[in-house]
Design a binder for this molecule. Structure first.
Ligand code: MG
Length: 215
């Protein structure tokens, strides 16, 4: 698949990321890839691989790699009885959500197995043992207070000056959605990041040089 076909395919993958926001992710990824070919990118929160393919298409274009991190057991709002629960993703062996097989199928169907590298485990543990500088970071993991801030503090320090930080589910109006993604977005703005773009609830920020102190 060429870039356009991959992006079309991404739009067909099950998931929650609206297409205009996925297209924006692809476009910003492409731009970053042109600035820094062969870079290292990471997304937190993969679910079934929809954002993975939007970003992976752009990563492939620039010879970059995308680490796609998720424990694959769903976040709080994806558990039984919650708003985004999807019963067919439950693993009968232990009754937990397991999106890993679906994610893996998505990446294989997209032909991105040498571009997208899966990381399976708790974000905070992986972040503490990860030493690669990142050129692009997409935060779309759990939206609870504790996990969202852990992702911010665990991953944002890995971003190089000039690197792009994309955050999903940023809602300035509390009636539209939970606070933590908005709060970490505000913290990043206060820590030397500059806003580059806003599409729906997606915000794209750039880390100014030199490395900022996180709020
Ligand atoms: Mg999201």
């Amino acid at each position: 698949m060429n870039f356009e076909e991959l992006v079309d395919f991404a739009a067909s993958v099950r998931g929650f990321l609206p297409v205009p926001e996925g297209l924006a992710l692809s476009a910003h990824g492409r731009r970053r890839g042109r600035e820094r070919p062969g870079g290292t990118w990471l997304e937190v929160g993969a679910w079934c691989g929809r954002s993975t393919v939007f970003l992976g298409a752009a990563a492939r274009d620039s010879g970059s790699v995308l680490y796609s991190l998720d424990h694959h057991h769903g976040s709080e709002e994806q558990q039984a009885g919650w708003e985004h629960f999807e019963a067919d993703l439950v693993d009968g062996a232990d009754g937990r959500i397991n999106t890993l097989p679906t994610w893996q199928r998505t990446v294989a169907d997209a032909g991105l197995e040498s571009v997208v590298l899966g990381l399976v485990g708790p974000s905070a543990v992986v972040a503490a043992h990860f030493s690669q500088p990142l050129d692009l970071l997409f935060l779309d993991g759990g939206h609870g207070e504790e996990v969202a801030w852990a992702d911010y503090h665990g991953w944002v320090p890995h971003l190089v000056p000039g690197g792009l930080l994309a955050i999903h589910d940023v809602f300035p109006d509390p009636r539209d959605g939970g606070r933590p993604p908005y709060d970490i977005y505000r913290a990043a703005l206060g820590a030397g990041f500059v806003e580059d773009d806003a599409v729906g609830s997606l915000r794209v920020l750039r880390r100014s040089a030199p490395a900022a102190v996180l709020g």
